[in-house]
Ligand binder design. Structure first.
Ligand code: PLP
Length: 365
């Protein structure tokens, strides 16, 4: 009954909610630091815009072009509005890319570890995922190894920058060099879910390369910096030569009017996003200093989360959960990925880490 590619998938496992997980564990509350959600919250301008949203619009299908949002995004990013594609979060975008470019027998190439959704959606499309290396010492994607894994079957290459879960960032000059080694008919997807958190780099985005390479697609989301994960809005800057087909593969009304309204209000409130960036940069500096001081191996993050090495991630994960915090303890063997919380939550987390007897304080070679 099932398509072969679907029959081969692992069974779905729900992430549940912090509320239900807390209840099941007999705890009053669990704070989720495992989803890289925005600890500051959502702009009050979004609340205002939603209060003004015309309820009478409820019976109508939403704007299929998301035109006001499209115009605002195109203006600020200096891109052609017709090359923007909106999706119900980047997770839908990833599915959309796989449905558009991959079929049985194709190869989807990625560094590993990276965002797991690429592999899942590629598998659903029937393609095989090929993994290239991340440099163990630095957590940086090894672009030479990635290029070395390109074959005649490669159709899509995923480059998450900064990379989830390592948190590390590759300069655009290196991505430009890499692009020159990629055949023109292979799509390179640069996932910039965390690009706004990159500090001290004047132009961190691969957007500056889209006019130069017509096989480059850049993805952005409203879920992280803008604190709109619940509203499910993401977008891509898509090569001109494939945008019309991708638009047709997209479900016509994939973004509700409420979500379009929320995203536009969030996009326009730059004062709020500046506050978020500043708070998360401070959190990052504090966490780096903490890991340095305690000799805990970690990668240089340019995001709102960090990956650090511990002797027994599951034991630490269970300990933190008992004390009210959820982290990723089984994404990368031997490592924990943890989002930054509020200043108070982060301070408590650092106390907990110092209390935990098994935190690995050895620096590996
Ligand atoms: C969170 C995340 C996404 C998905 O974001 P949504 O827009 O909420 O679907 C995509 N890519 C990476 C690397 C992420 O961490």
């Amino acid at each position: 009954m099932l398509r072969k590619s679907v029959a081969k998938l692992p069974d779905y496992v729900s992430d549940s909610t912090p509320e239900r997980l807390a209840k099941a564990a007999g705890l009053a509350k669990l704070t989720r630091l495992s989803f890289n959600e925005n600890p500051v919250g959502t702009s009050p301008k979004v609340k205002e815009a939603l209060a003004n949203w015309a309820f009478s619009q409820g019976r109508n299908y939403p704007d299929p072009d998301a035109l006001p949002l499209r115009t605002a995004v195109a203006e600020r990013l200096h891109v052609n509005p017709d090359q923007l594609l909106f999706s119900s979060g980047l997770d839908e975008m990833i599915a959309l890319i796989c449905r558009t470019f991959l079929e049985v027998g194709d190869e989807s190439l990625q560094p590993w570890p990276t965002y797991p959704e690429y592999q899942l959606q590629a598998a659903i499309a029937g393609a095989t995922t090929v993994n290239a290396a991340v440099r163990p010492a630095t957590g940086l994607i090894d672009l030479d190894d990635l290029a070395a894994h390109i074959t005649a079957k490669t159709k899509v290459i995923w480059l998450c920058n900064p990379n989830n879960p390592t948190g590390t960032y590759l300069p655009i000059s290196q991505i430009a060099q890499f692009m020159k080694r990629v055949p023109a008919d292979v799509l390179v997807v640069v996932d910039e879910a965390y690009i706004d958190f990159v500090a001290d780099v004047p132009n961190p985005s691969a957007l500056s390369l889209v006019t130069q390479f017509n096989n480059l697609l850049v993805m952005r989301t409203f879920s992280k910096l803008y604190g709109l994960a619940n509203f499910r809005v993401g977008f891509s800057i898509v090569p001109q030569r494939v945008i019309a087909k991708m638009q047709n593969v997209r479900l016509p009304y994939n973004i509700s009017g409420i979500s379009q309204t929320a995203a536009l209000a969030a996009w326009q409130d730059q004062a709020f996003t500046q506050t978020v960036k500043q708070q998360l940069l401070t959190a990052r500096q504090q966490w780096s200093a903490f890991f340095e001081a305690n000799h805990i191996q970690h990668y240089a993050s340019q995001t709102n989360f960090m990956l650090y090495q511990v002797a027994d991630p599951q034991a630490l994960g269970a300990f933190l959960k008992q004390h009210g915090y959820l982290v990723r303890d089984s994404m990368v063997p031997g490592w924990i990925r943890q989002s930054f919380g509020t200043p108070a939550q982060d301070a408590e987390m650092r106390q907990l880490l110092l209390t935990f007897p098994k935190t690995d304080t050895e620096v590996p070679n």
